[in-house]
Design a protein around this ligand. Sequence first.
Ligand SMILES: Nc1ncnc2c1ncn2[C@@H]1O[C@H](COP(=O)(O)OP(=O)(O)O)[C@@H](O)[C@H]1O
Ligand SMILES: [Mg+2]
Length: 265
Amino acid sequence: MSGFSSSSVAGRDIVALEGVTKRFPGIVANDSVDLSIRPGEVHVLLGENGAGKSTLIGMLSGLQQPDEGRILVDGKPTPITSPRHALTLGIGTVFQHMMLVPTLTVAENLLLGGPWWQRPRTEELAARVAEITGTLGITVKLQAKVSELSLGEQQQVEILRAMLRNSRLLILDESTSMLTPKGIDELGALMRRLVEQGLAIVFITHKLKEAAAFGDRISVLKLGRKVGEIPPERFRALGEQEIVSEIVELMFGKQKDDPEAVERR
Ligand SMILES: Nc1ncnc2c1ncn2[C@@H]1O[C@H](COP(=O)(O)OP(=O)(O)O)[C@@H](O)[C@H]1O
Ligand SMILES: [Mg+2]
């Protein structure tokens, strides 16, 4: 899995990683990782704690720079130099921990970060929100305080914020970890509608079942290395149980492990 892959030459990737390595003192967090991110796909990044998932996302969202390798955006080598730069490239990230201000309303949160010299364009915001939520089939209470929303609703606000910033690639880091089972199902349905509209999604999880249920493509990370990938063609050919077994094999080697037991680790 090392070196420069040919997958990114196909021209369909909006973002690609080629041989990306990131080191921290005493550890190689990402070891020559290749990744192909395409519109219309939920690309699941799957791996146990410490596999290097968040580090990879840090580089895609401009928080950190690779030590080796490169990132291509629309086929062109593009260093992503800051979080703001990532946003201008159309890369929006919903981080593991909510980033909204709980004491402000949803509308106020969505207007944060706008140009300081302009009066907040509340009506324009309402119109754009209505358009986006309409096509996505969600409702967002603009005047509610964020602290009054469920975690699932807060996450929808964060996704909405990314859409308002014209994201073409939406990254969700461990987004289901704090959600109820109902919230998880709703997020799965929302991701499906987003990719149907041509968005690319990178969905990070350590849960096998979520990966199998929500993904179109899965990359499996283990101790910083990419140990395998299940591409969409293969995904479509397999049932959910077969996908889970294949992932278990990639993550833990050939063994007759009970996926339920693995899930609980
Ligand atoms: N800023 C950092 N400084 C030092 N080590 C780090 C830093 N960020 C992550 N690591 C280490 O890199 C490895 C991968 O971490 P991370 O990317 O957070 O994994 P994951 O998100 O898959 O749980 C871990 O061993 C972690 O301790
Ligand atoms: Mg993480």
